[in-house]
Design a protein around this ligand. Structure first.
Ligand code: NAP
Length: 480
């Protein structure tokens, strides 16, 4: 009998898992989704200008070609449409329990007891598809509650609030801020961009696909596949030159500095926008309209330190800024992974205890002591150079390869010594990458451990995840 599978989250990861189970004829699964709609991060991030800086044909499932992409880099509504299309085409929507948050999951020695507000149900397998960027992080600035205007996080955009003619503050200048700032600047009376640390920015060579191109993608055999392969190979080739420490990162730096020079004529503004850490240490912003927005007369870049939020705006070390809207584009609680879910594995040990020094998992997927539990887009599987959807597909394929094994042997878990070897391998590979260099980023914990990024090629990751589960896994056994 096919194992029963609980999938948590109906974003790119959870949907991919559900689709592959459907394709394998396994219908004994349930997708738990806390929100009322599917789409994960692409449902939540609906701010003006939201989109992806990985090309459409690569930021999609390899098994579901889509001829409808209207542009090279997809915008949020189109990505959401694509996910809706996939959910319907593969009949997984009816298996999603919307508005059902998983609060707790406990391994009882044989199965996972999954608790939602509606009660507790048992499943053989637990697949976590909640990703890395699902919980907005509001900053801890004194006085935020005193603000009398309207404020919200970029991932919780208040669409009821019209920003036309308003005085707006955006706190943060990462990838989300860079996308929304140009759109807000077009409508606001004045926009203050509060930058704590400048980012490296490179151009985004976007283009729309005309009707002929779209027809060609639809009808010319092999064209989409060849185009996807070409983008993939190109992206893959940028990993070591751009993100490993060494002379070649200078090329990325030169490219970013040229982009800054081309788009920002004022040397004073350019100086304030120039980072003092190696490019790639924080996520490089890929955008062609961010810098031009900062040169508009109704936009001011503020680099003074924020002291507090007041009833009327934001006070910095240099004085007050009166605004009626504050957008917190301040990122996500990225290193906490499955928090606030309580996950308790073998022997009553919680994942929180297991991860007291930072999250880690074999292949970013499995944790010793947590039998039959698998993560998608888990620890050390984020990329700075290629498509996360590729990684998710590798992870789902890995889980699929584990299912016959656990169906035959009972619960399985990754061996502790395999996890230890994996940690050593990651540490060695990580030492050569730029993420550890002198910057703070969402890739690492406060103590500096890089818990989010994968320090290798995606081709290598595919090879490692394609290995059969034995001998890395073992049956947990009756003592489990
Ligand atoms: P982020 O990269 O973590 O940026 C957060 C920003 O908020 C930073 O500029 C940070 O400054 C600032 N900030 C945080 N706390 C602050 C405080 N107390 N005072 C002042 N500034 C503060 O978050 P994000 O822009 O939402 O992007 C997160 C990730 O989502 C991206 O790196 C990317 O992987 C993904 N994303 C992807 C796309 C895409 O096109 N593929 C688009 C959007 C987002 P510091 O730098 O000084 O910490």
């Amino acid at each position: 009998m096919a194992p029963s599978v609980a999938i948590v989250g109906a974003g790119f990861g959870g949907l991919c898992m559900a689709i592959q189970l459907e394709r394998a004829g396994i219908r004994s699964y349930t997708v738990f989704e806390k929100a009322g709609d599917l789409g994960g991060t692409w449902r939540d991030n609906s701010y003006p200008g939201a989109g992806c800086d990985i090309p459409s044909h690569l930021y999609s499932y390899s098994f579901e070609k889509y001829a409808s992409w209207s542009r090279r880099y997809p915008e949020q509504p189109e990505i959401l449409e694509y996910l809706e299309h996939c959910a319907d085409k593969y009949h997984v929507r009816e298996k999603i329990r919307f508005g059902t948050e998983v609060r707790r999951a406990v391994f009882d020695g044989t199965r996972w007891q999954v608790t939602t507000p509606g009660g507790t149900e048992a499943f053989d397998v637990l697949v976590m598809g909640v990703g890395q960027l699902n919980r907005p992080r509001l900053p801890d600035i004194p006085g935020m509650a005193d603000f009398e205007g309207v404020s919200f996080h970029s991932a919780r955009w208040d669409h009821e609030h019209d920003i036309s003619g308003r005085r707006v503050a955006v706190i943060g200048n990462g990838s989300s801020a860079a996308q929304l700032i140009p759109r807000v600047a077009e409508r606001a009376e004045h926009l203050y961009v509060f930058q704590r640390t400048p980012n490296w920015v490179i151009p985004k060579p976007d283009a729309t696909f005309g009707p002929l191109t779209r027809l060609a993608f639809h009808y010319v055999p092999g064209l989409q596949r060849a185009y996807r392969e070409w983008i993939y190979r190109y992206a893959e080739g940028t990993l070591y030159p751009a993100l490993s420490e060494g002379w070649s990162t200078g090329l990325l730096k030169q490219r970013a500095l040229r982009h800054l020079r081309d788009q920002v004529p004022d040397p004073g503004l350019r100086a304030r926008l120039t980072p003092d850490y190696p490019p790639g240490c924080k996520r490089v912003v890929i955008d062609s309209s961010f810098y031009p927005a900062l040169t508009r007369p109704n936009v001011s870049l503020v680099t003074d330190k924020i002291v507090r939020v007041t009833a009327k705006g934001i006070e910095t070390t240099e004085g007050p800024y009166e605004v009626d809207t504050i957008v917190y584009a301040t990122g996500f609680k990225s290193t906490e992974f499955l928090v606030p879910m309580e996950v308790v594995g073998r022997g009553g040990r919680s994942l929180e205890e297991r991860w007291d020094k930072g999250a880690e998992a074999y292949l970013g997927i499995s944790v010793p002591g947590f039998p039959n539990m698998f993560m998608l887009y888990g620890p050390n599987t984020n990329l700075g150079h290629n498509s996360i959807i590729f990684m998710i597909e590798c992870q789902v394929n890995h889980v699929m390869s584990c299912l016959p094994y656990l169906a035959g042997s009972g619960p399985i878990e990754v061996r502790a010594e395999v996890m230890a070897a994996w940690r050593r391998r990651l540490d060695a590979a990580m030492a050569g990458m730029v993420w550890g260099a002198g910057c703070q980023s969402w890739y690492k914990t406060a103590s500096g451990r890089v818990t989010n990024n994968w320090p290798g090629t995606t081709t290598l990751y595919r090879r490692l995840t394609a290995r059969p589960p034995q001998p890395a896994y073992r049956p947990t056994g009756p003592a489990g």
